[in-house]
Design a protein around this ligand. Sequence first.
Ligand code: SAJ
Length: 449
Amino acid sequence: MINIAVNIQEQPKELLLSKIKAREAKVGVIGLGYVGLPLAMELVFAGYTVVGIDIDLTKVESLNQGKSHILDVPEEHIEKAIQRGQFQATDDFSMIGELDTVSVCVPTPLNENQEPDISFITFTAEKILAHMKNPLLILLESTTYPGTTRELFADKFEYSGKRVDEDYFLCFSPERVDPGNEKFQTKSIPKVIGGLTPGSSELAESLYSKVLDEVVLVSSPETAEMSKLLENTFRSVNIAFVNEMALMCERMGLDIWEAIDAAATKPFGFMPFYPGPGVGGHCIPLDPMYLHWKGKQNKFFNKFIETAQEINMNMPYHVVNKIQDALNTQGKSLKDSQVLLVGAAYKADINDVRESPSLDIYEILKKQEAVVSVLDPFVANFRDQNGKLVHVAKSDMCQFSQYDCVVLLTKHSTINYDELMKESKIIVDMCHVYKEQKIDKVHRIGGGC
Ligand code: SAJ
């Protein structure tokens, strides 16, 4: 009996499982951005001691001073975690040697050819391989194409002599963080987990079920990778669909917004999406291209993704055409006209400008020699395509009447739209602020006018 007991205890999975259950496992999070930092705090709240690892020393130092660079993570959470000795940030990857589990939350951008850039994942996998000591549970969270977890982790680890279920356990568990979403934060969003082996799934479920409200196990890392891309490609395609419907309604003199609201009264079989100036953010413009790329590797050309990407990427040009048409009604051209863009952020009430269509519209207008200003209560500045810093005005410093055209791009809740309506000469409304259908000076996307 003793021998059997000794054997069970020596099994890497059992050992790790008991550490996780006892909250004795030392857990790590690599990448302390809008995904990694909230996850690190949830692991702390669940009673674990967390090491946060990031390549950005400025971020590391500010975190260790108890500061937060993520709007959704209050500073007092970080301060308390540090005071209790439950959290430390570092740029020293050798700390991986002390860990029992590590969640990888690094960026997966596109390169200049609109193809996956997996350099951050590759870099992190190499660091883990170089520094890991104990049997390590690895959870890749970064949105990526099906096959990444197996190809960039498992294959590399096995080739170097590491054995799954002995030296490491491996899962893909897609991040589903929606920055600024007060209703759904990290803890309350169901977490999909696809393990390389049953042991990997069991360990990941054991850890995350203590941290998050709901865990959803699937049969493989590839299924988990695919599920995340399916979610966001669904969104991209439907946004493109409604953008094209908006252009059609403009051509037909119909009001797309009224049509959507009417369709949305159907209690089943319909889900409203809304036209806009284009698709921004770190997910929707990028994730479908990961799937498109992997499809091509399998000789499958996904026309839906390509068409959606084309429609969404053309919306900024449509906005500039609407501005041009609006100025024409006053006998003006774009050149030398004073144009104010209201909203630099890619969606309301956040400060994120990544892939924001507002920045594309800014560049197109500059090329047409318009005089462009930008207003955004949440964004202080951004860099233009040449890397030049563009200062952004705050709403209370803006005289709307001084502009030939005011363009509403992001529906921030803190802007005084009544004052804007009163003072502006012409308005191009891309985010349905003014619902009235017939106001001469308001030009709406998908509007009846
Ligand atoms: N957009 C439209 N019309 C719509 C919805 C969005 O034009 O009907 C535009 C937005 O203005 C924005 C872009 O699309 O520019 C993306 O908007 P989003 O609401 O999808 O917000 P994101 O980019 O923050 O997407 C995240 C995603 N979360 C993750 O990937 C973990 C996405 O899966 C969520 O569905 C989304 O948040 C959400 O629902 O808020």
